[in-house]
Design a protein around this ligand. Sequence first.
Ligand code: HEM
Length: 131
Amino acid sequence: MHSTPRDLDTPEAIAELLDAFYRKVLADDRLRTLFVDVADIELETHLPHIRAYWCKLLLGERDGYRRNMVARHLALHARHPLQIDDFERWLKLFRETVNEDFAGPSADRAKTLATRIAGNLVQLTRSPINT
Ligand code: HEM
């Protein structure tokens, strides 16, 4: 028997989602290259930023994330051009991870926002001023 999935509406749920998402990202050949070989992220420093970002988006934590995530992705793109397939892969894993453990309005919002933000990043990385 599966219990009813929780919604993605607490800091604890968001932290769990992101742990599971990064396990998938780092197990994926295509994305691991970008996160590990190109950006050389340290999970202990990266995860708190990502958690703060999603807590701000989903829980409206006003004093949370204040960094410039777009600039960071453009810097990554400048070092290693991001492909449409990279975005599709990222989104597929993100949606999959949400669907595995969460359901509800906030879980739906997370998927909608991720899709929209990924779309914005695609546009920005296709723009001639960012190539
Ligand atoms: C092709 C898809 C993507 C790839 C390969 C990617 C990769 C990365 C990498 C390597 C970093 C670390 C950059 C650094 O510390 O310099 C990063 C940071 C981040 N990413 Fe992405 N990302 C992707 C899409 C997204 C999307 C769609 C979102 C949001 C919905 C997102 C949210 C973030 C946030 C919040 C950070 C933290 C930035 C900070 O340190 O303040 N990413 N991403």
